[in-house]
Design a binder for this molecule. Sequence first.
Ligand code: MN
Length: 718
Amino acid sequence: MDYAASLLSFLPGGRRSPGIAQLVAQVEKYLPAAQVERIQEAYELAAEAHKGQKRLTGEPYITHPVAVAGILADLHLDGQTICAALLHDVIEDTPTAKDEIRERFGAEVAEIVDGVSKLDKVQFKSRKEAQAESFRKMILAMVRDIRVIMVKLADRTHNMRTLGAMPPPKRRRIALETLDIYAPIANRLGIHSIKLELEDLGFRSLYPQRYKVIERELKRARGNQKEFLPKIVAAIEKALADADLPGKVDSREKHLYSIYQKMRRKGVSLSEVIDVYGVRVVVGSVDACYRTLGIVHSAYKPMPGRFKDYIAIPRINGYQSLHTTLFGPNGVPLEVQIRTEDMHRLAENGIAAHWQYKSGEDVGTSQHERAREWLKGLMQMQEGGNPEEFFESVKVDLFPDKVYVFTPKGDILRLPRGSTCVDFAYAVHSEVGRRCVAAKIDRRLVPLRTELRNGQTVEIITAKGATPNPAWANFVVTAKARASIRGYLKTMKRSEAVDLGRRLVNQALAEFKQTLKGTDAATLAAAVRDLGAKDADDLFEKVGLGERLAPLVARHLLPADRARAAGAGPAAPLAIAGTEGLVVSYARCCFPIPYDPIIAFLSAGRGVVIHRATCGNLAGWHKQPDKWLPVAWQKDTQRTFSSELKVEVQNRPGVLAGVASGIAATETNIGHLAVVEHDAGSAVITLELQVRDRTQLAKVIRALRAMPEVLSVERTTA
Ligand code: MN
């Protein structure tokens, strides 16, 4: 169905949608018999599935998919696309499952149908410009096969043709969505014919009065032009013939919505836009285009500043042509477009041209490769243009590295691919991020680390007094969330460091039978000043972070007579509970666990690092005796600690599974496991285990030693 006829079918008493016979006649013209047969099968499945259903127009439902297929057949799209068009509402409206389509028509057709059904579920809600842009990108990002978009555009086109049957509010919403979302997408993909039709139909539904006025004026203008336009066309044809340049000259239709947009954009009157002659010249080569330009410029005087060379610098969607405006008969402007046959085809069909059926074509070309081919073509054309802008508008759309998700209010947020619920929370507001405790995706509770997908609605549940979880830092991807969580951890580390520092100073004071409490304020203030700290907390923080030594600080807090006296006795070790947080860490060279004899090393900036007393690394560090301090495990530690075992086993199949299940039997978690091949006969497995204490570790070691395939077991010591 062509464009004019489609407008006709809109009118009361207009003709009915074409039936399957017409579609078959249409595809027979360019598709091989085998594909035509598949299309007929797809029709039969769809007709069966939609049996008894009616459209709001009163017609049988099947007329809709047939019309959608017809629009795509006008673009000469491949057989799979036509089949998918016939089946596009089958998953949505009928019980026919995706599996059945896959079985009968292949995975690609099934994926296209599924993709169209998913797009049907997202609705555009707000009219803000930025929202519209994000929504367009979201639509494109949701699509893996660009043919999904083509079916969707054709679907929308037919729905717009029959929009009159809808109740007015719904009509308005659909028309708005068409103008804001789908026509721009058709434009960006260069599918001109669909873009124009969507615009005119959308405009007509949204602003019926304005549409009528422009339509009436356009008719009047055409009447006026009737006399001169054929003469202009004939004159240009003759000039081309005289120059021995074969070419086709046509008068050009004006489209109502583009007239309206031009009026608004340029702030000009209707007659200024309408009272213009439009002519298009299609010639054989690029060279001929420029020669034609010379010919028309000598036939009519060109208007200064109106020449545009879209051949040298194509538009972003690949559109190429020469545009010029001349002073026509009676001074009426004459707009001329000059292009080659290829450019004309691209100007009409854009990306769809890449899915047009070509006989003898390699079926193996994947849709991704084709999209890439199209992009590559555009890229080459854009050379000298603005590549950044080009990437933003096209590449990002087709090979997206962003996800688009809704807030519960319907606003769209754009986040990097891989973003999680926590990233979303921080993107909404840092305060929401800081307080988030749970998340819902499409109204279902999900873990906070869940990765977001296009089109989802995300809701964040916050709680007063909730704080960020340090584990979030491991999975967030946005800079904002990361910076905010890091900032929080830093603050937390500071307050923990102050606490630890206070305990360390107290411990050092105990050696002199004194406490911090028993130290008078003036002495403390003097010590703070002498040691160059801002205040007492600052001083304790430095001690906690290992930047200042507790015994030295303690000496500053003693009365002069006692400071001179040497230590009154050995210091009681600092108790380690395992819950100290970020300022106490456990060395990964020797993996200390409760009941291991331990010693602590004060590491500047990191705080206290616990080592086993037998750790091999201690030898080298004994040069700094004042950096070591005695520590001991508290009686009840309430967490698990990492410990590492090296297990030598016989190298034979299944041995790893045996070791793992042997450990599982002792109710111990394996955090990490690596196999180092030794030789043909034996292998060494390194196991990182989570244990409460030495008793549990001993149990694991015993269990392992009891296994016949285990040759030896030992704990890692640096
Ligand atoms: Mn549909």
